[in-house]
Design a protein around this ligand. Sequence first.
Ligand SMILES: *Cc1c(COP(=O)(O)O)cnc(C)c1O
Length: 565
Amino acid sequence: MLDEFIHEPRVAYFSMEIALRNEIPTYAGGLGVLAGDTVRAAADLALPLVAVSLVSRAGYFRQEIDPQGRQTAHPAPWDPAAFARPVDAKIAVTIEDRLVWIGAWLYVLEGHMGGRQPVLLLDADLDENRPEDRAITHFLYGGDEVYRLKQEIVLGIGGVRLLQALGFRIRQYHLNEGHSALLGVELLHRNRYPAEDLRPGESPYDLPRVREQCNFTTHTPVEAGHDRFSYDLVARVLGEPIEIDVIKRLAGERELNMTRLALNLSEYVNGVAKRHAEVSRQMFPGYRVHAITNGVHPFTWTAKPFRTLYDHYLPGWCHQPELLVRADCCIPDDAVREARQQAKQGLIERVHQRMGVILDAQVPILGFARRMTAYKRPDLLFADLERLRVIARQHPFQIVLAGKAHPQDEGGKRLIEQLHSHARVLVDSVPIVYLPDYDLDTALALVTGADVWINTPLRPLEASGTSGMKAAFNGVPSLSVLDGWWIEGCIEGVTGWAIGDHTETNEGDAQALYDKLEQVVLPLYHDSTESGGWIRVMKGAISKNAAYFNSHRMMRRYATEAYIR
Ligand SMILES: *Cc1c(COP(=O)(O)O)cnc(C)c1O
């Protein structure tokens, strides 16, 4: 079953979450979608990869929202047997002084161009294990820190062991975020100098050899995004016989910091946009942090009307998205306008089916959808409801929102309630809908169906952001705070618009957002959908942004700068 994959040396890509398809809810947000796009791009480019993640049988969660905006999180169980096959190997890791057996499911990702890539979904739900251990791979980002550490042992240490047991030949390891950093500890074990070669007091581990094999991509400047575990907990849970002194030197004296461990075990380290790399260098002085700006998978994130359009005017765009650079000159305005109306109609129908609300195809739709969490500031657009009302009287618009809050993020859940309450206040002035259960399908409908894609994070906390890139593939310009990828993607009035200068206050940013909407974006839409001004911006988003912020450019850079060095 694995024969087609184990002969060629591969890059092992480790990620706690991965978005393989809509029916497999093993992702929570941008990190997982990026992991999925990475493997999809590798399939198109025939870049030999093997992805390693957890099976997360209970899924992330299914989101239900009541009329007050209160979120209920339901389990989202999925059946691995319906999509994947169990591999015939298992290995054990030591957790709390007992063996926990780990098996895996092989999911074969089939690219739309025929490429195939193996994905191993690690599974502890085996008869050999105690009930509590069987649940280690059930809940994505669920449970307490003990549970999290156990998951990271399974992912990092279990992942390396299983790859070996299955006969994979691994040329490089890629740590997508720090969750999998314990894989480096396992590699240290495997790269020991013979005892007779050691001088007294010398470390027995060949750290340079391990560093040569590891690449680490850090994904967030948000403190809570970096796992830390106390050494008491580590001593209790991590049963592996590695000297604690060695770990402390690599992962921090006071507590085990997974990011620091990953930084010290990886020769190649990168942030996911230029600004994010700068911020990461400030956060972790002394490390060389490169920048590889994220990208999204062209075929996956392009709506059918646009696929047809590009196929006709720029054949080959899917494999060579840089061809889209010609979109501004080579595709007739009418064809772009027609594709946009079709894509927008798709969202309008979805909103009608799901929410019973009929949006107006002639009125611009502002889209905002992402994880609901404080630094993303989904409430910024609603900072001054009276001002919004005044703007809407002169230049009508509609708003579609979506997003899940982590079940333990009380602030994020409160934001969803607030958005619902704002929508009720504005009910007579601005049509606003909140689509529940944000997933890959909803995301596609939103980024293709909106007219303007809004992003208002608190600088500098948006490492990259990727939904605006998806929008660009569908001719949807962004209106966004200058953070993450948008610093590189924004050409004012050409690919979209920036919000704010550098006021660094919520009020300042909200005023700037309203000013831009009122004076630039909405008038342009209303006055020039026929005359061509709006079309030029749609084409600017495609030719300047989709041509660059795609997963193929990203993977070619990982291949030439990280994997081959
Ligand atoms: C693309 C995507 C994200 C990430 O969007 P950001 O703009 O980076 O926040 C999150 N969730 C889903 C379902 C997505 O498709």
